[in-house]
Design a protein around this ligand. Structure first.
Ligand code: CUA
Length: 320
């Protein structure tokens, strides 16, 4: 059992351990697994032996009914009870550790929506990656814009549902720098499996450098629009820039043309159409994209200059 735990890196059973929760979770999981395995071998072993030893054969007559044995009855009641109570006790300790959020955490505002994650940091910095500092506890303050999602970082052994209409909080303390996977682990629609993100665990110096840079938006509107599209606002999860259809229409090649509406008729694809579609996506749904009514409104989440930057980026895609 220990040889599987000696290495801090990934094992046959587990991804690598990268948070303070991981060693406890793995140890406890293996303990329960090996206890179950021991009982399986014991019970099946006796069963097979009894089938052989008490088989019907000439000269042997078995008892027609099960006999009573007080010592056995008490033994196989008391021993599993003690083990079950111990499992409950250890599980509760681990659970309470995960539920008790320390007071000195670094807070991240997490927004889950179909089908992207966004992570908010101080000074309005928003990114589609979760940036953390090694050996510093972090608290996720999470909300959903639409349906039930669940934030899961396997390397941290941490998972928590994000329920619409209320805040959910969870915490963890990364113990190793590096890049880890973050998944949505609650089925939330047809792009659920693509609702993933990266967790980047920095040293304090690296984090400060990243944060200083992230606070300054690019001065070129096209670059700014590209950043909003790809990282900050998560447009990329539903809109491609290469002409392919994901969920919503691609940004490429539409600028300056006419848009066929689901309600019939056409409107020009221009600044006003983009602005209205971002702030009120259901106002003029495109024909063939009735599912685009899934798109949440970005009213209050995008500043006017950010909408302008996105428009500049869309325009730049036409000329490519
Ligand atoms: Cu969000 Cu699955």
């Amino acid at each position: 059992m220990m040889f599987l735990l000696a290495d801090q890196n990934k094992t046959f059973w587990f991804p690598e351990q990268a948070s303070t929760f991981a060693p406890e979770v793995d140890w406890f999981f293996l303990a329960v697994t090996y206890i179950s395995l021991a009982f399986f071998v014991l019970i099946v072993g006796f069963m097979v032996y009894f089938m052989y030893a008490y088989r019907e054969r000439p000269g042997y007559k078995g008892s027609p009914e099960a006999l009573h044995n007080n010592a056995l009855e008490i033994g196989w009641t008391v021993v599993p009870t003690i083990i079950a109570v111990w499992i409950f006790y250890r599980g509760t300790i681990g659970f309470l550790d995960m539920m008790t959020i320390p007071s000195d955490t670094r807070d991240v505002q997490v927004v889950a929506k179909k089908w992207a994650w966004s992570f908010g940091y101080p000074n309005g910095v928003v990114d589609n990656e979760l940036h953390l500092v090694v050996n510093e506890p972090a608290k996720m303050i999470m909300r959903s814009d639409d349906v039930l999602h669940s934030l899961f970082v396997p390397a941290f052994r941490a998972k928590c549902d994000v329920v619409p209409g209320r805040y959910a909080t969870m915490w963890f303390e990364p113990t190793k720098t590096g890049t880890y996977d973050l998944f949505c682990s609650e089925y939330c629609g047809d792009q659920h499996s693509k609702m993933a993100a990266k967790v980047v665990v920095h040293t304090k110096e690296e984090y400060d450098a990243w944060f200083a840079k992230a606070q300054i938006p690019p001065s070129d509107p096209v670059e700014y629009g590209k950043l909003l599209y790809a990282k900050t606002m998560g447009c990329a999860s539903c809109h491609s820039v290469d002409g392919s259809k994901i969920v919503g229409p691609s940004f490429k090649g539409t600028w300056g043309g006419e848009v066929a509406l689901a309600s019939g008729g056409t409107v020009p694809f221009d600044e006003n159409y983009v602005r209205e579609s971002v702030l009120n996506p259901q106002a003029k749904s495109r024909s063939g994209y009735e599912k685009a009514s899934l798109m949440p409104s970005y009213q209050g989440r995008l500043k006017e200059e950010q909408i302008s930057a996105l428009i500049a980026y869309m325009k730049s895609l036409k000329s490519e």
